[in-house]
Design a protein around this ligand. Structure first.
Ligand code: FCB
Length: 442
């Protein structure tokens, strides 16, 4: 049996990622809280409620666990509706709470990465039409300036917006996110205003903190033709990838925004990423369906050979991760994995998912692709949007009623990885023997 270690570069960031509404609890002033009070919007009408009770202080124990298990970084997000509960009111005590959290990370020798917008919007913003209304661009910029001035002592690594494509698809095409619309024109304006908002945020942050590294967390989903040589499947897969994966990222690179068959040149967005943030979960196979008007003329399926996550939400596709990294590399910037993980309350595939994806990341790094860090989604089970508590992405599990954390086997595998800065044959043998031959062939 071969023995050895896939080593990662010195100074590599190893952490996990969370988002305000998913972990804080009692966020009552945003559009998701309102959405959760409506019947039929969330799985079994569940609510975020106390979530992981971070606002009540439970972040301390979670950060302790992360740091004791070798994580040297953490990605969290700021809740706009807490900082600016009304247009004319700033809540300084909320900023103070975030300052304590960030100090908490620094005290534990963990590098903070801060996301400024992760899916939720204040109610007063939604009353103005949310991201459909261009007025939001300057309102977002004002919020950014306030937050960055208050937190700059602790943070230099910023994500302006998390997954603009998922936000837009969920809220304005699929309808599973608030405001639950299905309107292509509105979707175009939401994405375009998000790009303008991102550009404004980028320039504002750099003005306050020239040494800041600012980027976006892009959700990249792999779309492959179901029949690799069949032109209509190939065209459809590439159409989906251009709209879903490329439009925002290319807009933030060269200002040429092209989405939903509309174009706009946004020069202030040119070169507004210091790194490419990547959220990768899975890939699917696309069949062109000429008569499927309701599903945009295609059907997407997972490869029947790929193991599925507990609720069938994610297929284990580590090679798709490699493809996603290749996509990132084309932007010629440092790359940070801002999310990657799998829902798995019964510990069926999480450890294997982790090793197989990190092995693909190691391959990319060994081609000297500039990958600087990895944030696993997530540190602890948290409120999974319209899927409520039905999906469990945490390294640690959560008993929502008692707020007890459950130590999952992947905690040890990840701790070993973070502490040794590598994937050793010994650990794979110990934690995921079923894939030993795959990772360490003779
Ligand atoms: C991503 C979101 C994150 C989490 C994971 C599972 O799309 O950014 O908040 O819900 O999916």
């Amino acid at each position: 049996m071969p023995e050895g270690t896939y080593l990662f570069p010195d100074g590599f960031l190893w952490g996990s990622a969370t988002a305000s509404h998913q972990v804080e609890g009692n966020n009552k002033n945003n559009n998701w809280y309102a959405w959760e009070t409506q019947q039929g919007k969330i799985y079994q009408d569940q609510k975020a409620g106390l979530a992981c009770d971070w606002w009540g202080g439970k972040w301390k124990d979670d950060f302790d666990r992360a740091s004791a298990t070798g994580q040297n970084a953490h990605r969290l997000s700021i809740e706009w509706s807490r900082i600016q509960p009304e247009q004319s009111r700033w809540d300084e005590s909320a900023l103070e709470t975030y300052r304590s959290m960030l100090r908490g990370l620094i005290d534990r020798n963990m590098t903070p990465m801060v996301t400024l917008h992760h899916f939720t919007d204040p109610l007063w913003i939604m009353e103005k039409g949310g991201w459909e209304n261009e007025e939001i661009v300057s309102l977002f910029e004002t919020y950014i300036i306030k937050v960055v001035e208050a937190l700059k002592e602790y943070v230099t690594l910023w994500v302006t917006i998390n997954e603009p494509n998922v936000y837009t698809h969920g809220g304005y095409l699929g309808g599973e996110f608030p405001p639950g619309k299905n309107d292509l024109k509105a979707a175009f304006f939401v994405m375009r205003n998000m790009l303008k908002g991102h550009a404004a945020a980028y320039h504002a942050i750099k003005k306050i903190q020239p040494q800041a590294r600012v980027g976006l967390a892009h959700h990249y989903r792999g779309f492959e033709p179901a029949k690799p040589n069949f032109a209509p499947d190939k065209w459809m897969a590439s159409f989906l990838s251009r709209n879903f994966n490329d439009s925002f990222a290319i807009g933030a690179a060269n200002g040429k925004f092209n989405f939903a068959m509309r174009k706009e040149y946004i020069p202030q967005a040119i070169n507004t990423q210091d790194f490419i943030g990547l959220n990768y979960y899975t890939r699917e196979y696309i069949t062109f369906k000429p008569f499927a008007t309701k599903s945009m003329f295609y059907q997407g399926k997972y490869d029947p050979k790929s193991p599925l996550s507990e609720t069938g939400f994610i297929a284990l596709e580590p090679k798709g991760f490699y493809q996603a990294l290749k996509w990132c590399k084309a932007f010629n910037k440092p790359i940070i994995i801002t999310e990657n993980g799998v829902e798995d309350s019964k510990n069926m595939i999480r450890t294997r998912y982790l090793y197989e994806h990190l092995h693909q990341m190691w391959r990319a790094i060994n081609y000297t692709w500039p990958i600087k860090g990895y944030f696993h989604w997530s540190l602890v089970d948290n409120f999974e949007w319209e899927r409520g508590w039905s999906q469990r992405f945490g390294l640690w599990g959560l008993d929502v009623e008692t707020q007890t954390r459950l130590h999952r086997p992947a905690v040890d595998a990840y701790a070993d990885l973070c502490k040794t800065n590598g994937i050793s044959s010994e650990s794979v043998k110990k934690y995921a023997p079923e894939i030993f031959d795959l990772l360490f062939p003779e």
